[in-house]
Ligand binder design. Sequence first.
Ligand SMILES: [Zn+2]
Length: 368
Amino acid sequence: MVETLIKNGRLIDGSPIEIAITAGKIEAVAEKLELTADTVLDLAGEGYLSAGWIDDHVHCYEKMKLYYDYPDQIGVEKGVTTVIDAGTTGAENVRDFQQLAAAAKTNVYALLNISKWGIVEQDELADLSKVQADLVHEALADLPDFIIGIKARMSKTVVGDNGITPLELAKEIQAANQHLPLMVHIGSAPPELAEVLAHLEAGDILTHCFNGKPNGILDQATEQIKAFVWEAYRKGVVFDIGHGTDSFNFHVAETAFKAGMKATSISTDIYIRNRTNGPVFDLATTLEKMRIVGYSWEEIIAMITEVPAKNFQLTTKGQLKPGFDADITIFELIEAQKELTDSNGATRIATEQIKPVKTIIGGVLYDN
Ligand SMILES: [Zn+2]
């Protein structure tokens, strides 16, 4: 007898799947499962399911003034089972964030900002006295299950006159802490993108990869991808979308796609204002944008499940396998037109929409 049995499910490639869940974990997976269960969820005619969606770049510490939101409003209510807060907090306020986040239905993790108060002000890396490796180390030791990586925002408004130095400090901190995942945000220069990428290794995560700024991946004169960007990409640097208010440009994404450079993972950089007023709204909308750029739904689903789980070492998430957490997103694909707007006001007309309808987190079912 299992707790919950999902019958007549379908994966994004159309193949049938049934899943047994007990005590928050996936117990069995097969095309057909003949088991008795306390609760049976029959999905006949209900579209598709996948491992629970993971959004690896959000801002959801509600006590912040610049970038904040509420985990469940960007998580479970949007079909997202796991959110990774990307550096909203630092060593001084991450403990408070963790306590608040523990009350959410959505799984919440944090990338710790190397600046000790996180993004209290836009220029958190302009004063290097706020980067204290010992404080980072203590926070990591206190919250090893919550802090799954570190974050450094490497753009002019954030670093002030410090150039590449904050990234050098971030790499030192990473090296001293079991080589934790490091996410680096890019934007306007200085520092130059070439210099940022030269410091990144395979597995490091570059977010805002398809932003439309002059210091982005495209040479604005030739419309070609800059040679050093290819070098970093081929080296294995993770290219993460991090849509955000300012950082997703259709033309850049399309040019890269045509050249054979695909993003590695999809994330929103969502917070209350770009959720409420756009252009982000939710993860599903960002997925629809990737679809219209040319990615297949199979690729897109992998980019928000197994790929981020691997990149952030979430070893019990991202896959529908026995022993994994029972995090599942149930969704529909609808043929209908919808105008989508990027961060620079460019629009495209989507003909396919993706709509989460039910979310299962740790074996508990929520309707969307
Ligand atoms: Zn962000």
